[in-house]
Ligand binder design. Structure first.
Ligand code: ZN
Length: 255
């Protein structure tokens, strides 16, 4: 049976998401930005929380863990490299580890850059990617703990996944990301189409995620640093892709 998902806003612009296995009844929260919002989502769906899958240690992804664990006795899975900074961890995982949520299985993809130990959860059977603060729709996370070269390599690992992968990210930043992306690729038709779609979604009060990885590959400048046209626009023809990526990230930081 395919996985079911339930997406909801938390805090100011964080996304929480529940992943549910209808066969076993197991339900995982991807990160726990805010316990009350997760509880409301559980109430709305009638699902019972069995697991919390943590992407990284930042407070806006982990503050809800303690109260949720106390309430539901759920298992907390977290990246090994950040386990000491995340409360109440039961199980630590690394690159290529498989995490079970009932009958569902997720593969762990390590993506250092935003934080050094950041991980993503990819459910291959359902082609669901939970990208935390690594990949946003038409954007990517700030490079806080790692360096630009590592972050670029991390994004390449995500880019290698199938085009029809549905991408869930940690924040609703799409509109601002599109405004910036248009400065990098003003003539990108896929980006213009994404802007139109996102405007319609936001006007209807809907989230702009999940997006498809195919859309991201076509329109997200942070996944396109190795395209000669992008390097040329930035005056970096011939530079290694990670340097082009670093320049895009730097411009976005100041945008
Ligand atoms: Zn973060």
């Amino acid at each position: 049976m395919p996985a079911q998902t339930h997406l909801f806003l938390c805090l100011k612009d964080n996304y929480g998401v529940l992943v549910h296995d209808p066969a076993s009844g197991a339900t995982a929260a991807i990160d726990a930005p805010e316990a009350a919002a997760v509880e409301a989502a559980l109430k709305a769906t009638g699902w019972k929380l069995t697991d919390i899958l943590v992407t990284h240690h930042h407070a806006d992804h982990t503050d809800g863990i303690r109260p949720l664990k106390q309430q539901h006795r759920c298992r907390v899975v977290a990246p090994q490299a950040e386990a000491a900074r995340i409360p109440m961890v039961d199980e630590t995982v690394r690159e290529n580890d498989m995490v079970r949520v009932g009958g569902l299985q997720a593969r762990v993809i390590e993506t250092p850059g935003h934080t050094l130990g950041q991980i993503n959860y990819f459910f291959p059977a359902d082609k669901l990617l939970f990208a935390g603060d690594t990949l946003f729709s038409i954007g990517c996370g700030r490079v806080i703990e790692g360096n630009a070269e590592a972050m670029w390599q991390s994004l390449l690992k995500l880019r290698a996944l199938p085009d029809d992968t549905r991408v869930y990210c940690g924040h609703e930043y799409t509109k601002a990301n599109i405004r910036f992306a248009r400065t990098v690729e003003p003539n990108n038709a896929a980006l213009a189409a994404r802007e139109k779609a996102a405007d319609a979604q936001l006007a209807a009060g809907k989230p702009t995620i999940p997006s498809s990885l195919g859309e991201e590959k076509a329109a997200n400048p942070f996944l396109r640093a190795d395209i000669p046209e992008v390097a040329k626009t930035l005056g970096l023809t011939g530079a290694p892709a990670w340097q082009v990526f670093a320049e895009i990230r730097e411009r976005k930081n100041k945008f």
